[in-house]
Design a protein around this ligand. Structure first.
Ligand code: ATP
Ligand code: MG
Length: 633
């Protein structure tokens, strides 16, 4: 069956459709009811069924693929590679689970995991899943305050960390950060379990509270910890959103629905089958990392490559070499990461044997046409954009090359995935927009399996944040979209990223896209700034590609001309700044509101998700100096 037919069934006969898909995973007891949507916007999938994520990810495969690689953990920071078979993974996770049990962790307890992108982070997640504990992975490298906020909310019984992370060859000790977070939080856990890689010889230990993982593990080597079967709708994990728009929300995921959605996505979207390999360049701290570094590939019987390091170290060919070495079939990355590579010499794309590689998926941000063309042209591979949110847990809009190959339309992630019936509606009236007209992207109820079940301990916020925007009960993505005449969806940015120029509503993305078509431009962010005459004007901030030596004033003028040429005079930027870096969140998303605050001299609000403070400084300096083109500043 092709995409059209299958998708249709998934939305017209959801119970039949998902009852069939439920067979993709192991149920200890089969579901009694496929869908309970008696209390919208809540819904429960596979009611009464019991299952376990760890069992589906590991135990189920042991007979058939015990000796196949499950995880390959590559670190260009510590210059190490660890190849782990399913059998070895089983052994490691059981030992880890035994350590957790000994520390008193049980079903329903929260465990915060603050680790770099290393094998033990995966063991820790799966060990929690095995015993029914709820993990909450916090991206390693978030500041102490961020961590404290998440601990306050999750109230964990245990925190699992590493002694240190590394970035660009520099050791970043985690322990001082953790101690600071635990001083700040209202809900410190009883224990901190430390995976010591020996990177921080001066690490402080707090007597009785801090526990050494390696030592405990030795005691539990060879342990067998039985799987705790959970009802399909019990929580599996919490994951806080990146906080691009405000206070992070504790997205709560279920067990059964998530496992089924991932299993289905592996073959249909990513075209990955048991025994095949995926390189997902995300971090386990993000939604993509949870779903496609860990649970998805393992549930699907695949090999997952986990990567700790920069995309450019030791050189910009590293990911392509991994593709060659491990015969990677599907790569999954982000536009931000690809733009980093795009700044480098393009010949790196052709120096490795990429004959096994079929697809490069990208998600997390709009995949602009220039980046798309650079990547697909340079590799000759199919580049597939896919749109999702931490909330959805898996792609909500994507092409499905595993089913049939619809032509790629650059700039569009394609069509809704299974169970997502989407509408593009008017933000004020809620009426459906015609093809080609921009509106808010919403999803009809019930949300398909895999999506969040609620916000941790805050049902009210769940209802308010996502379903409180329209008269009808609809899930609002809070993103702008437009559907073309053939049904392809284009995501135009967040509903709060809009500039109103003399009554015209311009999406920041449209302007950014047109600036990005200039060869000299590496990255660009557009924000709206107040203008007495027109209400708002676009302010353009751009970084240039490495090696570009043109006068910034000339490039800035070229940017202005290009915007006018492509979007018309109405979009003419009020000012253009060439900067050395742009502020981003730790997840690599442009932090436009921080730039905006600098422009307006207002309080930028919570900047704790900011990746590199010097980038914001660069913007500040540029603004103080004045624009390279235009009059504002
Ligand atoms: P918060 O909700 O806390 O502000 P966030 O929305 O940045 O954080 P994520 O869930 O990581 O956190 O990001 C989801 C958002 O990323 C989407 O709502 C959308 O704006 C953007 N996005 C993801 N994938 C794509 C894509 N393929 N094309 C365009 N935008 C995308
Ligand atoms: Mg969001």
């Amino acid at each position: 069956m092709g995409y059209d037919e299958l998708w249709r069934r998934s939305v017209d006969e959801p119970e039949l459709f998902w009852a069939e898909q439920a067979r993709l995973i192991h149920w200890e007891t089969p579901p009694q009811r496929i869908l309970d949507d008696s209390r919208p916007p809540f819904r429960r999938w596979f009611v009464g069924g019991t299952t376990n994520l760890c069992h589906n990810a590991i135990d189920r495969h042991l007979d058939e693929r015990g000796d196949q690689l499950a995880i390959v953990a590559v670190s260009t920071e510590t210059e190490s590679t660890r190849e782990i078979t399913y059998r070895e993974l089983h052994r490691e996770v059981n030992a880890f689970a035994a350590v957790l049990v000994e520390l008193g962790v049980g079903k329903g307890d929260r465990v915060v995991i603050y680790m770099p992108n290393i094998a033990e982070a995966v063991f820790a997640m799966l060990a929690c899943a095995r015993i029914g504990a709820i993990h909450s992975v916090v991206f390693g490298g978030f500041a102490a305050h961020n961590l404290a906020l998440r601990i306050d909310d999750a109230e964990p019984v245990l925190l699992i960390c590493a002694d240190a992370g590394m970035r660009g060859g520099k050791v970043i000790p985690y322990k001082p950060l953790i101690d600071a977070a635990l001083r700040e939080t209202k809900a410190p856990p009883a224990h901190v379990l430390i995976v010591d890689r020996g990177l921080d010889p001066d690490m402080d230990r707090v007597e009785l509270r801090d526990v050494d993982y390696n030592e405990r593990r030795r005691r539990h080597e060879g342990a067998n910890v039985p799987v705790t079967w959970l009802e399909s709708n019990e929580p599996s994990y919490l994951l806080y959103t990146s906080g691009t728009t405000g206070k992070p929300k504790g997205v709560q995921r279920d067990v059964g629905g998530y496992a089924v959605a991932l299993a289905l996505s592996m073959t249909t979207i990513f075209d990955l089958h048991p025994g095949q390999t995926i390189l997902c360049t995300s971090d386990v701290g993000w939604a993509v990392g949870h779903s496609y570094n860990v649970y998805g590939p393992l549930i699907g019987g695949c090999t997952a490559i986990l990567y700790e390091g920069l995309p450019t170290a030791p050189d910009p060919g590293i990911w392509w070499r991994l593709c060659e070495t491990y015969r990677v079939r599907t790569m999954f990355s982000s536009p931000t990461a690809i733009r980093v590579l795009k700044k480098q010499d393009a010949s790196w794309l052709s120096r490795s044997d990429l004959s096994a590689l079929k697809y490069i998926f990208c998600a997390g941000e709009p995949l602009d046409q220039t980046t798309y063309e650079w990547l697909s042209g340079g590799t000759g591979k199919l580049v597939v954009d896919n749109y999702w949110q931490t909330e959805t847990g898996w792609p909500a809009v994507s092409l499905m090359p595993g089913l049939d190959l619809k032509p790629v339309r650059p700039g569009s992630p394609g069509f809704p995935t299974f169970g997502f019936r989407m509408r593009v509606i008017d933000e004020a009236t809620g009426d459906e927009k015609a093809a080609g007209e921009k509106g808010v992207l919403v999803v009809e109820l019930p949300l398909p399996p895999g999506c969040l079940t609620t916000i941790w301990r805050d049902d009210d916020r769940y209802v308010r944040s996502y379903f409180g925007h329209f008269k009808e009960l609809l899930y609002s993505s809070l993103d702008w979209a437009v559907r073309d005449a053939d049904g392809y969806l284009f995501i135009l940015g967040r509903t709060d990223d809009v500039i109103n120029v003399a009554g015209h509503r311009l999406g920041t993305r449209e302007i950014e896209e047109s600036v990005a078509t200039l060869g000299a431009v590496a990255e660009v962010a557009v924000v709206g700034i107040g203008d007495e005459l027109k209400g708002q004007l676009p302010a353009v901030f751009a970084t240039l590609k490495q090696g570009v030596t043109d006068d910034p004033r000339d490039v800035a003028q070229a940017m202005e001309r290009r915007v006018v040429e492509l979007l018309g005079a109405v979009a003419r930027p009020g000012c253009v700044y060439v900067v050395s870096a742009l502020p981003k969140t730790r997840s690599g998303k442009l932090l436009r509101r921080a730039i905006q605050a600098v422009m307006e001299g207002t309080d930028p609000g919570d900047l704790s998700t900011l990746d590199d403070p010097t980038a914001l400084e660069a913007v500040r300096r540029a603004v103080a100096r004045g624009p390279h083109c235009g009059r504002h500043g």
